[in-house]
Ligand binder design. Structure first.
Ligand SMILES: [Ca+2]
Ligand SMILES: [Ca+2]
Ligand SMILES: [Ca+2]
Ligand SMILES: [Ca+2]
Length: 270
């Protein structure tokens, strides 16, 4: 059992994991030989605002009104504090401004019901393809660049799918959107309850520092185990959303259990 959990931790990553659907529009073609690998995993680490990503092995051009779906299979994006995921395109900073090619952004929990982030064709707010990639930590929105999206804006607790659709003629941008990557900011490996007939989910913000927010319909004692299997904390869970004081926990990957559910979360070093 511990081996399975450890493998799960090692395999889970913040990046998009699969692309279950794509529909190309006019002008597509660039990057198709490398699809889907070129839009999964982290964004091009060599990209900077003035020398953005350009290789077909890193980018996929969707074409006019074309779209692509990114799926998270080893992690679930959750609504944490502030933005929850980032979309990276090869936006270029030029002397006087930015060369931008934009896409609409939708999210889904089941891959069939979609919710679009509100957007503005004048300010480009709510679109992807607006801000360049910096090459810094793609999971830290304070430094990563790219375009951040907050599930709070759509009243969603979690999502597993992101769909990007080239804006076509709806937005006066530079041309065709080229997707590099989608990265989670707040995510969990969220394990389902294995016993009950009704599926129960536990969500927790990860990584975390001095507090951990846990969302669950379960009631009981939440226990925390260190990597060595030692109990390092426990809390009674009496509400759907609990904010736990985690100052006393050691840094690193921690295993949490409540009833028959478990999940892992990473505490950052202070
Ligand atoms: Ca992933
Ligand atoms: Ca959020
Ligand atoms: Ca572009
Ligand atoms: Ca890429």
């Amino acid at each position: 059992m511990m081996i399975f959990l450890i493998l799960t931790v090692l395999l889970a990553d913040p990046w998009g994991d699969a692309s279950p659907a794509v529909q190309y529009g006019d002008g597509a073609g660039y990057g198709q030989a490398y699809y889907p690998e070129n839009i999964l995993g982290p964004p091009d680490p060599a990209a900077t605002p003035t020398a953005p990503s350009y290789g077909e092995n890193n980018l996929l051009t969707l074409g006019t009104d074309g779209w692509v779906v990114i799926e998270f299979t080893d992690n679930t994006v959750i609504n944490g504090d502030g933005p929850d995921f980032t979309v990276f395109e090869n936006v270029m900073q030029t002397g006087s401004g930015y060369f931008r090619e934009c896409a609409f952004v939708e999210v889904s929990q089941n891959g069939s019901d979609w919710y679009m982030f509100p957007w503005d064709a004048t300010t480009l707010e709510g679109l992807a393809g607006v801000w360049p990639t910096t090459g810094e930590d793609p999971t830290d929105p304070a430094v990563s660049g790219g375009d951040q999206f907050d599930l709070e804006d759509l009243n969603l607790d979690w999502i597993r799918f992101v769909r990007l659709t080239d804006c076509g003629s709806s937005v006066p941008d530079g041309g065709l959107f080229d997707l590099d990557a989608v990265a989670s900011i707040h995510w969990t490996t969220g394990i389902e309850d294995e016993t009950g007939t009704a599926v129960s989910r536990v969500f927790a913000s990860s990584p975390f520092n001095s507090s951990l927010t846990v969302s669950t319909d379960q009631r009981g004692e939440l226990r925390c185990y260190s990597a060595e299997g030692r109990i390092v904390g426990s809390w009674p869970i009496t509400d759907d959303v609990s904010v736990l004081n985690t100052e006393a926990l050691p840094a690193g990957v921690l295993l949490f259990t409540i009833n028959n559910s478990s999940f892992t979360a990473v505490k950052l070093a202070q």
